[in-house]
Ligand binder design. Structure first.
Ligand code: FES
Ligand SMILES: [Fe+2]
Length: 352
């Protein structure tokens, strides 16, 4: 299944760029093939337009500036507001521009320190709720925002995949000689899937400092939630009570590329463990995932018979079930090939 062929994926909110980066000036981004420009208005809220100026079709992200909160095109300086309306033509300051002078706007809002965009006027669901964001006992650490040459659903699926830890992450927290296969308690959700498990992990020197646990091995109590289509929360609780709650996102550029965004909420303080050291460790884990995910195909088969599975893959199978339901319920006019949805499920889940 290729998301670019299914307009329903335009009906979700996706995080695009840190607000702090937008403060440096307008930024381009391509979301599901739609070229955008984002900028910060005078009140600090973000705005998004199609990256085409209605005057001579120049990209609004090229050499543009923010003037009194409006986006000023780099070519002739026309200024645009968040609704796309042209507010000012410098060469004709007395002119009241008409609707033919408007750029195309997209819904944009700030949440969790990021600008989020939805390409459709009718989002299917709100931006994922992250309860730790309102908890004063937790600090937020921005970890990274990188563009990967990987399919966004395969990146999201990777967060549900416990079986890869002993192999992909053998240099950071996995142990190849002891492949992990914990018992998963899986809960299908209406718009995602959640599971819990106890995950034994290696605790090497960098993590010994970050976790303030001296042992060379420890056990994470894991709760992982995927929310369609590209959001995942990974909460790890360690034996000393420390909570490390990862908020990860795979924002689709197209079927082959995505922007991988991650921040974390931690129950400890900067004095306990510097945020930069925590982010550095998680970045090294992400680099391991990236290398293998960039080797995977640019589509995401929803037919459970299209790829082989093991028992540990049950969350991934629920993910495919949820996406099949999404396409059936909300993409009725899409040109769906029957093999994309699949006819049978080897694990006794729904028949398409
Ligand atoms: S092309 Fe943008 S103002 Fe002329
Ligand atoms: Fe991983």
């Amino acid at each position: 299944m290729q998301a670019m062929q299914h307009p329903v994926f335009r009906r979700f909110w996706y995080p695009i760029v840190e607000l702090s980066k937008l403060a440096d000036g307008p930024q381009p981004f391509t979301l599901l093939g739609q070229e955008l420009v984002l900028w910060l208005q005078a009140d600090g809220t973000p705005a998004a337009l199609a990256d085409r100026c209605p005057h001579r079709q120049a990209k609004l992200s090229v050499d543009s500036r923010v003037v009194d909160g409006a986006l000023a095109c780099g070519y002739h300086g026309w200024q645009f507001g968040a609704s796309g309306t042209c507010l000012f033509v410098p060469q004709m300051p007395e002119l009241k521009p008409g609707s033919r002078s408007a750029a195309k706007p997209f819904a944009c809002q700030a949440r969790y320190g990021y600008a989020w965009v939805c390409l459709d006027e009718n989002p299917l669901q709100d931006i994922p709720l992250l309860p730790r964001s309102a908890d004063p006992a937790f600090r937020q650490i921005f970890e990274y925002a990188e563009d990967w040459r990987a399919n966004f659903l395969r990146v999201a699926e990777n967060s549900l995949d416990i079986g890869h830890v002993s192999f992909v992450h053998r240099a950071t927290f996995g142990e190849e000689e002891k492949p992990v296969a914990p018992r998963l308690n899986v809960t299908p959700l209406e718009n995602g899937v959640r599971f819990t498990c106890a995950l034994p992990v290696a605790n090497r020197s960098a993590q010994q400092r970050n976790l303030r646990i001296a042992d060379t091995h420890t056990v994470r109590q894991v709760e992982i939630t995927w929310t369609m289509p590209g959001s995942f929360q990974l909460q790890f609780t360690y034996p000393n009570g420390l909570v490390h709650a990862i908020c990860g996102f795979a924002t689709p550029i197209d079927d082959r590329h995505c922007r991988r965004i991650q921040f974390v909420y931690r129950s400890d303080s900067e004095a306990d463990a510097p945020g930069e050291a925590i982010a550095a460790f998680d970045r090294s884990v992400a680099a391991e995932d990236r290398a293998i995910l960039e080797s995977c195909p640019a589509d995401f088969p929803l037919d459970p018979g299209a790829e082989a599975h093991m028992i540990l893959d049950r969350p991934s199978l629920v993910m495919r079930q949820v996406l099949r339901r999404l396409l059936r319920d909300h993409d009725p006019h899409a040109d769906l090939a029957a093999h994309e949805l699949g006819a049978a499920d080897a694990f006794g889940m729904d028949a398409a």
